[in-house]
Structure formats: C-alpha cells, structure tokens
Design a binder for this molecule. Structure first.
Ligand code: SF4
Length: 371
C-alpha cells in the first residue's frame, strides 16, 4: 500500500513530534432542556430528577419544555444547525421502540442506549448518517426502565453482553447524567449479563469504587497521535486516554477501578508513515499498562456510507479525510446498505501488521475482532 494513497491532503495527519497531554474539556452545553415526560413519568421521575440536580449543580440553566417535542434547534444552514445541536442537551424519555433491543455484532450481543448524540467533533463520526435529525445530545431519563427491560434478553447458558456506547460517548456526558455509573451498578448485580462501554474521554474518577463485580469491560478508543490531533475535536488527548485506561485497570488497592479493560483501535487508517505512527502508539500503551490486567483489543478500519459521507461533508467541509469512493471496495450489508471500506489487499496488509505488532507487545490479550 502506498503511504497516504487515500489521503490527498496529508499534512495535518503526518507524524507529529510532540504528543499532546490535555484532558478533554468538560462539556457544558449552552442549552439544556427537559421534556415533561423526563421529570414526570412514574418510574423515571427519580432518575430524571437526579439529572436535573447534576445539571443545575454545574451552574447550567434549565428550560422545561411544555411538550415532549424539541424545537428551536434548526439554524440557518447545516453548519449553524450542527453548532446549535452540538451545544444542546435534551433530557427526554426514550420511546417505547427503545425497549426492542437491536443486536450489535461484533462488539456485543445487544445495544442498550442510555443516550443518543455526543458532544465531541470527530470528522469521521460513525453517528453521522445513523441518527436522524440535528445532532442534539439526548439523554434518556427512563434509564431504570431501559435497564430492567434488558433482563428479558439474558440467557441461562451464558452471560449476555450489552453495549452502551453505540450512539454516544458515555464518559463525555457522565458528569451531567450519572447514567454510566447507574448501568455499572445495575449489571454488577446481574450474573447473566455483562456491560461494555468505550470512550474517547478521560474523566474516569467517578467510576472508581463502583461495585462492577468484574462485569463491566471499560474500553478506551485510541488512534495515532496525528489522527487524534487532526480529526477528533473536543476529545481527550492520547496521553490523557492512556492514563484513564491505566486508572480503570489498576487494582483498587493501587487507586484504580479494577475493571476488565479494552482498547478499541478506531478508525485505523493508512496515514502517512502509518506503521511508525501506530508502533509508537502501541509502545506507549505497553509502557502505560506495565502491570498484569485483563485486556482485550478490537480493531475497526475506517469506512463510510453514502449517507454518512453526505452528512460529514456538511458538518466538516474542510476535512482532510478522504471520502473518494474510487480508492475503496464496496461492502453490502444483508439489508441492502452500502459501505466503502479499504481494498482487500490494503485490508490484509493492515490486519497482518496489527496482529503481529499487538501479539509482540500483548501476547495474553486477545484480538476480539478485526473489521
Ligand atoms: S467521540 Fe465518538 S460519538 Fe463522539 S463525535 Fe467522536 S466518533 Fe462521534
């Protein structure tokens, strides 16, 4: 694979000398709205009220809507709508359709969404094209009901896994919601279930000391330094994420959370000098996790759909990501959808590289899947 063949405007993604170390900025939305349902429904009142207390404790003003319909988010054009929506937190009740869970292979058995939308600004964001309408961050006040509902999906023969990160970044909003902690506590008591989450944020202090009973796998999403710097606006630096992962994995007696942990390498891209960029990342990871821990790896290569391309180019018109279909292979889903992925030869080259480099550094940690 010729380096950077998929990136015509490469400078921003070239190797960078000095790693950044900043934590993610704590997200404080400009507008916070609650629907009547979020505060009034019989079962969910308490959790909705808890979110209200957290939001006001952060000094944020709250708008109580008269109906359950959110308005006033659309701006003058797509960029304006994006700006308004990304700085809006809506606390709502998930609709009854949320009680019918969707499978989410290969990462877990089922999706269990505690929110939809994310405060960060990743130029390849996989939410673009999957969530309809302006990208408002919607948090579900009826989380206790959603959690109880998942018991019907448990099986007697093996633990069933639930993924809470399909449509949001759970740590990016946790300070305002407490939703992830609620899930960790819930699944900590369910012998037939496990919880999985992944984040590009680093605020993990509130997860220390929770009774997870080893049933939550806490994963951090990582990428080459230049990709994080150039493409993942509003997230934590690689260094901050590594330190968050260390803290999650360390045993409680050493000040950590004692969680089973994981690394999600995503999206993997043949950046300029990609072998060296990713080797450096894996070296830093190995230096950070310098103690025995329960670690897994998931590898996801960059892909896009016609729908996500259209939305992302409206949101990030100056992106350096390459969205030309001609350099890609087409993958069709069983539902007739189209994805553009790397060519088979390029995919093989990437996969072999990551399998080898990972096994050299982490022989005990399984690669769960490559996609
Ligand atoms: S952190 Fe994840 S969900 Fe949020 S913008 Fe980035 S890719 Fe999208």
């Amino acid at each position: 694979m010729s380096q950077g063949q998929l990136f015509p405007s490469l400078d921003v993604l070239a190797p960078t000398a000095q790693p950044r170390t900043h934590a993610a900025k704590v997200w404080l939305p400009k507008r916070v709205v609650f629907t009547p349902d979020a505060l009034e429904q019989e079962f969910e009142q308490e959790f909705g009220q808890q979110i209200l207390q957290r939001v006001t404790a952060h000094g944020l003003e709250v708008e109580l809507l008269k109906s359950n319909r959110l308005t006033g988010v659309r701006g003058e054009d797509a960029r304006d709508t994006y700006r308004r929506a990304k700085s809006t937190l809506a606390v709502v009740c998930a609709p009854p359709s949320a009680l019918r869970l969707q499978p989410t292979p290969p990462s877990a058995d089922w999706q269990m969404n505690l929110a939809e939308g994310c405060p960060a600004h990743c130029q390849y964001c996989y939410l673009a094209g999957s969530l309809a309408g302006p990208p408002v961050v919607k948090v579900f006040a009826n989380l206790p009901q959603l959690l109880r509902n998942t018991a019907a999906y448990e099986r007697p023969d093996r633990p069933v896994s639930f993924e809470v990160s399909c449509y949001t970044d759970v740590l990016g909003i946790e300070h305002l919601t407490g939703s992830l902690a609620e899930c960790i506590r819930y699944y900590g008591e369910r012998e037939g279930a496990t919880l999985r989450f992944v984040s590009k944020f680093d605020q993990v202090n509130s997860l220390m000391g929770l009774p997870h009973n080893g049933r939550t796998r806490a994963r951090i999403s990582l990428n080459a330094e230049a990709a994080v710097r150039g493409l993942e606006g509003g997230t934590a630096s690689v260094e901050a994420r590594l330190q968050a992962l260390r803290k999650l994995a360390l045993p409680p007696e050493q000040g950590g959370g004692g969680y089973p942990v994981g690394v999600v390498l995503a999206p993997i891209m043949p950046l300029p000098g990609w072998q060296q960029q990713y080797r450096t990342l894996l070296d830093r990871l190995a230096a950070t996790l310098d103690f025995p821990c329960d670690l897994t790896l998931e590898c996801i290569t960059h892909r896009f759909t016609p729908g996500s391309k259209e939305v992302l180019l409206q949101w990030y018109p100056n992106t350096s990501l390459d969205f030309s279909e001609t350099a890609r292979a087409v993958k069709r889903s069983k539902f007739g959808g189209t994805k553009f992925v790397y060519q088979p030869d390029d995919m093989r080259t990437l996969k072999k590289f990551f399998q080898q480099e990972w096994a050299q550094r982490f022989p005990q940690a399984p690669l769960l899947y490559w996609t």
